[in-house]
Design a protein around this ligand. Structure first.
Ligand code: PMP
Length: 363
């Protein structure tokens, strides 16, 4: 017999029922190197000033619906070309969702590259459009033959290119990206979430291509808790995307905090520099450990493959030692037996390397 509950569940689309919810691991009591966060907090004097600003927030009122002051600040800090527009999202995840909703229709396809950022496919599923993930080459570069063929075949409404890519941490060849932008039948979104660590960007090239959009986030810069992303591009496109944005999507505390921290951007720039330097040290240390294949990185994380042991066992052993990293959970394919670690503070990285050596050599 059908109960009211069963009836409700029957109404949920099968594609949603099949989705595995985005998993966020419990990091209580562990050194957290799983989510590409900046490990540094704000200096004490800035924290005090931020607190004072936040205490003046009018939380009984709705926020500025278009967060115009914050948008202008982001425009300056991120060097968005003058004639380009920008729209803000509650994290860049929300911007991906807005983009997908804007094109969602029968026979529409959203394209990206595999292995890549999982939310592109998840959001395509949420809004009910086809996702095509073009496999990367063995060394995680773009396979241009396959890419061109897939673009011709599927005519994607949007192509997402994470630059650098997550989880492989590399930037693709600039000429290959140009070729994709030129041949794409729709929008190409350069997702520059890890820009502070790559220091290469397509932002200034927005003026060359009307179908190019550049997406950034403040999450990896040190403000993951604020949930704020931005999408920049031709005003005709951005105006359409903006219609989908829910009113007041950037809350008042985020607007105040982000504006304040962006006025002190040198603090975050210094932290990003420290992270880039630590990344090089960590890469060196990891490469010296036998039994690992360590991939180069232009981001704030490092992908590595365990060669002679099971990645699951190594992951668990590292966790037992008190460090949480990310298990890519792949038995086959390009991520086979791979783990991913976020670059932390010098002492966190030391703890990770010790735990890794213990897992690989001693266990
Ligand atoms: N793009 C990429 C490539 C990412 O790796 C992530 C987060 N891991 C995001 C976007 C989402 O970032 P946000 O916190 O702004 O939603």
């Amino acid at each position: 017999m059908n109960t009211p509950l069963k009836n409700c569940l029957q109404k949920i689309r099968p594609v949603i029922k099949e989705i595995q919810a985005y998993h966020v691991a419990d990091a209580s009591g562990l050194i957290k190197l799983d989510a590409m966060e900046n490990p540094y907090s704000l200096p004490a004097d800035l924290k005090v000033e931020l607190q004072a600003r936040i205490s003046m927030a009018e939380i009984n009122r709705y926020p500025d619906p278009s967060a115009s002051a914050l948008r202008e600040k982001l425009r300056q800090v991120m060097r968005v070309p003058e004639d380009k527009a920008l729209v803000l999202g509650n994290g860049s995840d929300e911007l991906i969702q807005m983009l997908a909703m804007a094109v969602a229709d029968k026979d529409v396809c959203l394209m990206s590259f595999d292995p890549g950022f999982v939310m592109y496919k998840m959001i395509a599923d949420f809004v009910g459009i086809k996702y095509v993930g073009v496999p990367l080459s063995e060394n995680f570069s773009l396979d241009m033959e396959r890419t061109c063929q897939a673009i011709k075949q599927y005519q994607p409404a949007i192509i997402f290119i994470a630059y650098p890519n997550n989880p492989s941490a590399n930037c693709y060849n600039e000429k290959d990206i140009e070729e994709i932008i030129l041949m794409a039948p729709g929008m190409v979104v350069l997702d520059e979430a890890y820009h502070p660590f790559a220091q290469t960007s397509f932002m200034s090239r927005l003026t060359e291509f009307d179908n190019l959009l550049v997406m950034r986030t403040v999450s990896k810069m040190g403000l993951a808790g604020l949930r704020l992303g931005l999408l920049c591009g031709h005003s005709d496109i951005i105006n359409e995307i903006d219609k989908i944005r829910l009113p007041y999507n950037i809350n008042v505390l985020t607007q105040i905090s982000a504006e304040f921290v962006l006025d002190n951007i040198d603090v975050l720039d210094t932290q990003a520099k420290l992270i880039r330097e630590e990344r090089e040290l960590l890469l060196e240390k990891m490469k010296a450990i036998s039994g690992l294949q360590v991939f180069s990185s232009q981001a704030n994380f490092i992908l590595f493959r365990v060669l002679d042991k099971k990645a699951n066992d190594v992951f668990e052993s590292i966790k037992q030692s008190g460090v949480l990293i990310k298990n890519m959970r792949a038995d086959v394919g390009l991520l086979k037996n791979c783990l991913r670690v976020t670059v932390g503070t010098p002492s966190e990285n030391l703890a990770f390397v010790d735990a890794l050596v213990k897992a690989i050599v001693n266990d």
